[in-house]
Design a protein around this ligand. Structure first.
Ligand SMILES: [Zn+2]
Length: 262
């Protein structure tokens, strides 16, 4: 009994010591952070306030200029065949105004005409081409994107996870080259397409009709898209030949053309 008393007294003293120590540490931390915040505000904070006040009172115009020059705005080139559409660059509205449907194929009229010629030339050499996917309207793209999100959520993802996964798998409406009518997927749309005679033929002759392999294996870092042997893009004969000669993907070529113009 007396042992128990001593033990419980010890326990009480021990508890008191802990409480006091904790309070002291907490007070110390509180003091430290309040001093730290005070110094912080006094130092850089007041400078920032001063700068903002001066610029907003006397030079709001130059402040705006400063903001817009800090963010580099991407502008499309004047040549509509060189429209750059990727994860970062949405296609301008009405880019797909020239889309037509013929023989069950829907593409930009210029791309469709060139494809018709290429198809015939290939056929004469025993090469069979077909278009698995051509133009996709931004509305259809929106449906595909939403379907992907829905499917991911049905498979147990949270909404955020589902959107993130969809962003990796499907382009947002207006951000897919297929929305322009200038891009097409050939034949099987599989990696093994690169081992076919058709692919070899395209790599040799597509440029003669104005088509380029849009996502080459050695440009993944620049295009941000994995090598897609089946996905070709119409840019016109002149640009296609020049791009292959310079070994440039569209992202590089657009900047190259811009540098030549300025
Ligand atoms: Zn494609």
């Amino acid at each position: 009994m007396s042992r128990n008393n001593i033990r419980s007294k010890k326990n009480i003293i021990f508890t008191i010591v802990i409480v006091v120590l904790t309070a002291a540490v907490a007070a110390g931390l509180l003091l430290f952070f309040s001093l730290y915040d005070f110094n912080h505000d006094y130092g850089s904070g007041s400078d920032q306030t001063l700068t903002t006040d001066v610029s907003s009172q006397y030079s709001s115009d130059s402040a705006e200029e400063h903001t817009s020059s800090a963010v580099t705005e991407f502008t499309q080139l004047d040549d509509p065949l060189l429209v750059l559409v990727n994860e970062e660059h949405k296609m301008p509205d009405s880019t797909d105004d020239g889309v037509v449907e013929q023989y069950g194929i829907t593409l930009d009229s210029r791309a469709l005409e060139a494809y018709g010629q290429m198809y015939q030339a290939a056929a004469q050499e025993g090469i069979t081409l077909w278009i698995a996917s051509g133009y996709r309207s931004p509305e259809l793209q929106a449906q595909l994107y939403q379907q992907e999100i829905d499917m991911n959520m049905e498979n147990g993802m949270t909404e955020n996870e589902a959107v993130e996964a969809a962003d990796r798998a499907v382009q947002k409406p207006g951000y897919s080259e297929h929305n322009t009518g200038l891009a097409m997927d050939f034949n099987t749309v599989t990696d093994s397409f690169k081992d076919t005679d058709t692919y070899a033929w395209l790599m040799e002759h597509a440029q003669e009709y104005g088509f380029i392999l849009r996502y080459p294996e050695d440009k993944e870092d620049i295009t941000g898209i994995m090598y897609e042997p089946w996905h070709f893009r119409y840019v016109g004969v002149e640009h296609a030949k020049k791009m292959n000669e310079l070994n440039m993907c569209l992202e590089e070529y657009v900047e190259y053309v811009r540098s030549q113009q300025s």
